[in-house]
Design a binder for this molecule. Structure first.
Ligand code: NAD
Ligand code: IPM
Ligand code: MN
Length: 355
């Protein structure tokens, strides 16, 4: 019987609630499809600061490096804001340590669910995009300085860093609708000029079959909400990708719906919803688990090569959404744990139909 080692990093706020949903779904998939998932829960973020005075303890790093895949809830919260040691440092550390330079954030709006969007239905219906966010460079990892009266953040990108994430985007586009939109601020920022030139060269040399366009990040923010259907794969640097993906989460109606996969040069990956620790709803069983469950589906697909199981989980999620069994963020009335139960029941029901 195949067996997989999954490190679970629940973190802070709603992190433990949504991570528990992911573990429940994996357990059900294990039972139904005959796989053993060994779960190893480790500390990260604020709770790790509280318990170990370190947002990313060494034993967490060792476990993540040895695991088949890592599932993360969320980190952060007001308790640790503006402290010298911050929960978010733990998240940056795990991404860097595992070399996870490409963060895949898919977003789609099924026509039957377009009415849940705060935007006009005809604008969002059928939108289907993949944001490929560079994850280990740029402002997040540059040198920082600070005195009483000034602060600096260095933004550094190398050609190699741009090329490797651009390849991920071009390869993904070839399996989708064959279009890449590269987002930068090349009219002002030097790293963006390097970004654009590198992408143009790589496109010409290896991916000229893929349609490529460039967009400036400010007007891209506008286009994302006015004509989202015109985008397929979007590739951009770390900070722009962070901001644009939260913006894109408005299209389907809630940030609680979006999952992500962070991948590097190996098959290993870190899987997490794109949302944060949502301190405003933590501990109330209001958190939408679907973003985490979509992340689990990517974990099955990309790190464990279990595409049938990933398809089954996606179908279970879709069935529960179609039945309107939803949390408050999407206009529903169910606690998050009940949505998870409904999805787990669908996993079991789907498997018995297939058998
Ligand atoms: P957030 O994503 O936590 O919350 C933004 C809004 O979306 C809130 O109103 C929240 O209630 C809602 N929301 C988020 N996830 C939801 C879900 N699953 N179901 C229903 N509603 C949901 O962003 P924020 O408030 O700016 O940040 C809070 C903390 O989270 C900060 O400390 C930040 O650093 C951290 N953060 C962590 C991650 C991560 O761990 N990957 C990501 C983003 C922010
Ligand atoms: C995300 C978060 C993180 C980021 C923070 C918490 C470090 O916003 O995963 O989107 O900016 O990458
Ligand atoms: Mn973010």
């Amino acid at each position: 019987m195949p067996s997989f080692n999954i490190v679970v990093l629940p973190g802070d706020g709603i992190g433990p609630e949504v991570a528990a949903a992911g573990v429940e779904a994996l357990k059900a998939i294990g039972e139904v499809y005959g796989h053993t998932f060994n779960f190893d829960e480790k500390l990260i973020g604020g709770i790790a600061i509280d318990e170990r005075n370190d947002p990313y303890p060494a034993d967490t790093d060792a476990a993540c490096l040895a695991a088949d895949a890592v599932l993360l809830g969320a980190v952060g919260g007001p308790k640790w804001d503006l402290q010298p040691k911050r929960p978010e440092q733990g998240l940056l550390a795990v991404r860097k340590s595992l070399g996870l330079f490409a963060n895949l954030r898919p977003m789609d709006v099924a026509p039957s669910q377009a009415f849940r969007s705060p935007l006009k239905e005809d604008i969002v219906s059928g939108a289907d995009m993949l944001i490929v966010r560079e994850l280990t460079g740029g402002l997040y990892f540059g040198k920082q300085t600070r005195t009483e009266t000034q602060a600096t953040d260095e933004c550094l990108y190398t050609v190699a860093e741009v090329e490797r994430v651009a390849r991920v985007a071009f390869e993904a586009a070839r399996k989708r609708r064959n279009k890449v939109t590269s987002v930068d601020k090349a009219n002002v920022i030097e790293t963006s000029r390097l970004w654009r030139e590198t992408i143009i060269k790589l496109h010409k040399a290896e991916y000229s079959d893929v349609e490529l366009e460039h967009a400036l990040v400010d007007s891209m923010a506008m286009h994302l909400v006015t004509r989202p259907k015109s985008f397929d794969v979007i590739v951009t640097e770390n900070m722009f990708g962070d901001i644009l993906s939260d913006l894109a989460s408005v299209l389907p109606g809630s940030i609680g719906l979006l999952g992500s996969a962070s991948l590097g040069a190996t098959g290993k990956g870190l899987y997490e919803p794109i949302h944060g620790s949502a301190p405003d709803i933590a501990g109330k069983d209001l958190a939408n688990p679907i973003g985490t469950l979509k992340s689990v589906s990517m974990l099955l697909r990309f790190s464990l090569n279990l595409s049938k199981e990933a398809d089954a989980l996606d179908a279970a999620i879709e069935a529960v959404i179609a039945a309107g069994q939803l949390t408050k963020d999407l206009g529903g009335t169910l606690p998050g744990s009940e949505v998870t139960k409904a999805i787990v029941a669908q996993i079991r029901a789907g498997a018995s139909v297939a058998a």
